[in-house]
Design a protein. Structure first.
Length: 376
């Protein structure tokens, strides 16, 4: 079977991080193989700027399915997308996030091409019945982790019987990410850290399920034993949980941690942050693929954390994992690493190697191409 050469990608993410990151590498690798990628994205933003700078065809198009409430607007939007993709002779549609699938499925039906649905989160039954029911299953489903697929099994039961399913992890290109070690030194210097400071870091949006308070608590407990410990937090508030951010700042004040824990805000370029820390921490209750975990590993940093869905699967070292919510276990793991520089270096090397072997877009793209060939 020949691989399709003209593929449309549909996304609702206008940014470069999160669900989009691995696709950037896949777009570049596809171009090297003669694949012409066309991207439908929701609005102006960093992703469109990147696509324009690299010469990838793209069009602003809200991935809104046909709706009785907004019939004219939704029909106009999908019709414009259809005309563009027909003009570009698209042979396959890859939906980058599952909540875009109803829109992508409609386009696929009109164009008479196959659709691939990339599942980015844990699915709920109500969504799957709406998106995949009524004989609307995708041709193929791509999961980001085995744990995610297992946790979504009841939600898709009986709905994907005729769909091909694969597990394809996300990742970062280790030849381009994790190579700027000096950028971490610059960050440490700008924050006033010395070589004596052991810096723990966490990168996430400020949502309650991320349990950032457990990270702050780690620093609070460990500082009596390790006075030079510091904690840095990359990320920011989300609109529907603003009160949680206030609670985190109140906790810093209450624990008198202003000199020990720093909020760095949302960082567009996240690599210098990961390069600057000594240990990365994930306290999330659930991740379908821990991209921030993978990024830290690519920078050669040991990562510890709660099992949190796929986090155990990504880290791959049981000695670095606590069951979700088991703070005493997490504290014990952190204490060992903070007090042992050689162990940090050893686990950091293993982390980098794991990214090169398991989460390398160059390798996962070949699996994706095989899927494209199989369903075309």
């Amino acid at each position: 079977m020949s691989s399709p050469k003209r593929i449309a990608y549909v996304t609702n993410n206008p940014n470069l991080g999160s669900t989009a990151r691995v696709f950037l590498d896949w777009f570049e690798l596809g171009r090297e193989c003669g694949i012409e990628s066309t991207v439908l994205l929701p609005r102006q933003g960093p992703l469109k700027e990147w696509l324009d700078s690299r010469g990838f065809a793209n069009r602003l198009s809200s991935a809104e399915p046909l709706s009785k409430k907004r019939l004219l607007g939704s029909l106009l939007g999908i019709s414009r997308a259809f005309l563009l993709l027909r003009r570009r002779r698209i042979e396959l549609i890859h939906c980058m996030e599952h909540n875009c699938f109803p829109f992508a499925w409609r386009l696929g039906k009109w164009l008479n091409v196959q659709t691939v649905c990339h599942v980015q989160y844990r699915l709920e039954r109500g969504f799957t019945e709406w998106a995949f029911g009524n004989q609307h299953p995708p041709t193929a489903v791509v999961w980001t982790a085995h744990s995610q697929r297992f946790d979504s099994s009841k939600a898709v039961e009986g709905l994907l019987d005729n769909s091909l399913e694969i597990v394809l992890p996300m990742g970062v290109d280790p030849s381009r990410f994790g190579v700027r070690a000096t950028s971490g030194m610059e960050v440490r210097e700008s924050l006033g850290f010395t070589s004596d400071n052991v810096v723990l870091g966490i990168a996430c949006a400020f949502r309650r399920r991320k349990r950032v308070e457990d990270f702050i608590r780690l620093i609070s407990v460990l500082r009596s034993e390790f006075p030079e410990i510091r904690g840095v937090i990359a990320g920011g508030p989300v609109s529907d949980e603003m009160d949680y951010t206030s609670e985190l700042h109140t906790m810093i004040d209450r624990e008198d941690l202003k000199n020990h824990v720093l909020f760095l805000g949302d960082l567009v370029d996240i690599e210098p942050f990961h390069q600057a820390i000594d240990v990365s921490v994930s306290t999330s209750e659930y991740e379908t693929f821990g991209m921030s975990v993978c990024e830290a590993m690519a920078c050669g940093k040991p990562v510890i954390g709660y099992a949190g869905g796929s986090v155990r699967e990504v880290i791959g070292i049981d000695d670095c994992i606590a069951e979700t919510g088991d703070f005493p276990r997490l504290l014990s793991i952190a204490r060992r690493l903070v007090g042992d520089a050689k162990m940090r270096e050893q686990y950091g090397r293993l982390a980098r190697r794991r990214v090169e072997q398991e989460f390398n877009p160059g390798k996962t793209f070949e699996v994706l191409r095989a899927l494209y060939r199989q369903i075309s």
